[in-house]
Design a protein. Sequence first.
Length: 193
Amino acid sequence: MKKTFIFAFAALLGLASCNNQPQQNDTKETKAPSKESSDVKIAYVEVDSIMSQYTYWKEVTKLMEQKEQNIQKTLATKQQSLQQAAAKFQQDIQANKYTQQQAQQVQASIQKQAQDAEGLQQRLGNEYQKLVADYNKALADSLHHFLESFNKDKKYTMILAKQGDNILYSDKSLDITDDVVKGLNKAYKGMKK
Protein backbone atom coordinates (compact mmCIF):
# COMPACT_ATOMS: atom_id res chain seq x y z
CA MET A 1 0.00 0.00 0.00
CA LYS A 2 2.89 2.39 0.76
CA LYS A 3 4.23 2.12 -2.77
CA THR A 4 0.74 2.84 -4.07
CA PHE A 5 0.70 6.00 -1.98
CA ILE A 6 4.03 7.24 -3.29
CA PHE A 7 3.40 6.30 -6.90
CA ALA A 8 -0.07 7.80 -6.77
CA PHE A 9 1.42 11.15 -5.72
CA ALA A 10 4.04 11.03 -8.45
CA ALA A 11 1.41 10.19 -11.06
CA LEU A 12 -0.91 12.89 -9.73
CA LEU A 13 1.88 15.44 -9.84
CA GLY A 14 2.75 14.46 -13.40
CA LEU A 15 -0.88 14.65 -14.53
CA ALA A 16 -1.36 17.99 -12.82
CA SER A 17 1.72 19.33 -14.59
CA CYS A 18 0.38 18.10 -17.93
CA ASN A 19 -3.10 19.49 -17.28
CA ASN A 20 -1.73 22.95 -16.56
CA GLN A 21 -0.12 23.22 -19.97
CA PRO A 22 -2.08 24.94 -22.74
CA GLN A 23 -3.38 22.63 -25.43
CA GLN A 24 -1.80 22.94 -28.82
CA ASN A 25 -3.53 22.63 -32.16
CA ASP A 26 -2.55 19.79 -34.43
CA THR A 27 -2.22 22.17 -37.36
CA LYS A 28 1.34 22.62 -38.46
CA GLU A 29 1.86 26.33 -38.62
CA THR A 30 5.36 27.65 -38.72
CA LYS A 31 5.88 30.82 -36.82
CA ALA A 32 8.74 33.16 -37.15
CA PRO A 33 10.89 33.33 -34.03
CA SER A 34 9.72 36.12 -31.81
CA LYS A 35 11.46 38.14 -29.20
CA GLU A 36 9.23 36.49 -26.57
CA SER A 37 10.58 33.01 -27.26
CA SER A 38 14.03 34.09 -26.09
CA ASP A 39 12.56 35.19 -22.76
CA VAL A 40 11.37 31.68 -21.84
CA LYS A 41 12.60 30.65 -18.41
CA ILE A 42 12.22 27.02 -17.42
CA ALA A 43 13.02 25.39 -14.10
CA TYR A 44 12.45 21.99 -12.58
CA VAL A 45 11.83 20.45 -9.19
CA GLU A 46 13.00 16.98 -8.16
CA VAL A 47 9.88 15.12 -6.99
CA ASP A 48 11.98 12.63 -5.01
CA SER A 49 13.50 15.50 -3.02
CA ILE A 50 10.09 16.89 -2.17
CA MET A 51 8.99 13.44 -1.05
CA SER A 52 12.05 13.03 1.17
CA GLN A 53 12.46 16.59 2.50
CA TYR A 54 9.03 18.24 2.65
CA THR A 55 7.89 18.02 6.29
CA TYR A 56 4.20 17.70 5.40
CA TRP A 57 4.93 14.81 3.06
CA LYS A 58 7.13 13.07 5.65
CA GLU A 59 4.38 13.42 8.27
CA VAL A 60 1.74 12.13 5.88
CA THR A 61 3.97 9.22 4.85
CA LYS A 62 4.47 8.28 8.50
CA LEU A 63 0.73 8.56 9.14
CA MET A 64 -0.05 6.40 6.12
CA GLU A 65 2.50 3.78 7.19
CA GLN A 66 0.82 3.62 10.60
CA LYS A 67 -2.60 3.36 8.95
CA GLU A 68 -1.34 0.56 6.71
CA GLN A 69 0.14 -1.30 9.69
CA ASN A 70 -3.15 -0.98 11.57
CA ILE A 71 -5.06 -2.34 8.58
CA GLN A 72 -2.65 -5.24 8.20
CA LYS A 73 -2.83 -5.99 11.93
CA THR A 74 -6.64 -5.91 11.89
CA LEU A 75 -6.80 -8.19 8.86
CA ALA A 76 -4.19 -10.57 10.29
CA THR A 77 -6.18 -10.83 13.53
CA LYS A 78 -9.36 -11.60 11.57
CA GLN A 79 -7.54 -14.16 9.44
CA GLN A 80 -6.02 -15.85 12.49
CA SER A 81 -9.40 -15.99 14.23
CA LEU A 82 -10.95 -17.50 11.10
CA GLN A 83 -8.19 -20.12 10.82
CA GLN A 84 -8.61 -21.05 14.49
CA ALA A 85 -12.37 -21.43 14.06
CA ALA A 86 -11.86 -23.62 10.97
CA ALA A 87 -9.27 -25.77 12.76
CA LYS A 88 -11.52 -26.22 15.80
CA PHE A 89 -14.42 -27.09 13.51
CA GLN A 90 -12.27 -29.76 11.82
CA GLN A 91 -11.25 -31.23 15.19
CA ASP A 92 -14.84 -31.24 16.39
CA ILE A 93 -16.01 -32.93 13.19
CA GLN A 94 -13.37 -35.62 13.56
CA ALA A 95 -14.38 -36.11 17.20
CA ASN A 96 -18.05 -36.46 16.12
CA LYS A 97 -19.16 -33.59 18.38
CA TYR A 98 -21.82 -32.31 15.95
CA THR A 99 -24.94 -33.64 14.40
CA GLN A 100 -25.13 -33.09 10.68
CA GLN A 101 -27.40 -30.07 11.20
CA GLN A 102 -25.08 -28.57 13.83
CA ALA A 103 -22.06 -29.10 11.56
CA GLN A 104 -23.85 -27.31 8.73
CA GLN A 105 -24.69 -24.39 11.02
CA VAL A 106 -21.11 -24.07 12.28
CA GLN A 107 -19.76 -24.37 8.74
CA ALA A 108 -22.19 -21.67 7.56
CA SER A 109 -21.06 -19.47 10.45
CA ILE A 110 -17.41 -19.90 9.48
CA GLN A 111 -18.21 -19.13 5.84
CA LYS A 112 -20.05 -15.98 6.96
CA GLN A 113 -17.00 -14.96 9.02
CA ALA A 114 -14.83 -15.49 5.92
CA GLN A 115 -17.17 -13.33 3.82
CA ASP A 116 -17.19 -10.66 6.53
CA ALA A 117 -13.37 -10.71 6.65
CA GLU A 118 -13.24 -10.35 2.87
CA GLY A 119 -15.71 -7.46 3.03
CA LEU A 120 -13.64 -5.82 5.77
CA GLN A 121 -10.49 -6.16 3.69
CA GLN A 122 -12.25 -4.55 0.72
CA ARG A 123 -13.70 -1.74 2.84
CA LEU A 124 -10.41 -0.95 4.58
CA GLY A 125 -8.58 -1.06 1.25
CA ASN A 126 -11.07 1.38 -0.28
CA GLU A 127 -10.81 3.70 2.73
CA TYR A 128 -7.04 3.60 2.51
CA GLN A 129 -7.07 4.38 -1.22
CA LYS A 130 -9.46 7.31 -0.64
CA LEU A 131 -7.19 8.61 2.11
CA VAL A 132 -4.20 8.28 -0.23
CA ALA A 133 -6.06 10.19 -2.93
CA ASP A 134 -7.07 12.93 -0.47
CA TYR A 135 -3.52 13.37 0.84
CA ASN A 136 -2.07 13.31 -2.68
CA LYS A 137 -4.54 15.99 -3.77
CA ALA A 138 -3.71 18.10 -0.71
CA LEU A 139 -0.01 17.73 -1.41
CA ALA A 140 -0.37 18.58 -5.09
CA ASP A 141 -2.58 21.57 -4.19
CA SER A 142 -0.08 22.85 -1.63
CA LEU A 143 2.74 22.46 -4.14
CA HIS A 144 0.86 24.22 -6.93
CA HIS A 145 -0.28 27.06 -4.66
CA PHE A 146 3.24 27.49 -3.35
CA LEU A 147 4.71 27.50 -6.88
CA GLU A 148 2.21 30.16 -7.97
CA SER A 149 3.32 32.37 -5.08
CA PHE A 150 6.99 31.43 -5.51
CA ASN A 151 6.87 32.22 -9.21
CA LYS A 152 5.53 35.75 -8.81
CA ASP A 153 9.09 36.94 -8.14
CA LYS A 154 10.94 34.41 -10.29
CA LYS A 155 8.77 34.71 -13.40
CA TYR A 156 9.41 31.21 -14.74
CA THR A 157 7.48 30.36 -17.86
CA MET A 158 7.34 26.71 -16.85
CA ILE A 159 8.31 24.66 -13.82
CA LEU A 160 8.63 20.96 -14.53
CA ALA A 161 8.41 17.99 -12.19
CA LYS A 162 11.47 15.78 -12.55
CA GLN A 163 11.34 12.23 -11.32
CA GLY A 164 14.01 9.72 -12.20
CA ASP A 165 15.08 10.07 -15.81
CA ASN A 166 11.96 11.67 -17.25
CA ILE A 167 14.04 14.70 -18.25
CA LEU A 168 16.88 13.50 -20.43
CA TYR A 169 19.11 16.51 -19.93
CA SER A 170 18.97 19.71 -17.96
CA ASP A 171 21.43 22.26 -16.75
CA LYS A 172 21.73 22.13 -12.95
CA SER A 173 21.12 25.88 -12.84
CA LEU A 174 17.48 25.13 -13.73
CA ASP A 175 17.04 23.03 -10.57
CA ILE A 176 15.03 25.04 -8.02
CA THR A 177 14.29 22.07 -5.76
CA ASP A 178 16.14 23.37 -2.69
CA ASP A 179 14.38 26.74 -2.82
CA VAL A 180 11.00 25.06 -3.30
CA VAL A 181 11.52 22.57 -0.46
CA LYS A 182 12.68 25.35 1.90
CA GLY A 183 9.69 27.48 0.93
CA LEU A 184 7.22 24.60 1.29
CA ASN A 185 8.57 23.72 4.73
CA LYS A 186 8.46 27.36 5.84
CA ALA A 187 4.87 27.71 4.63
CA TYR A 188 3.85 24.42 6.28
CA LYS A 189 5.52 25.37 9.55
CA GLY A 190 3.53 28.63 9.47
CA MET A 191 0.29 26.75 8.84
CA LYS A 192 0.91 24.35 11.75
CA LYS A 193 1.17 27.25 14.20
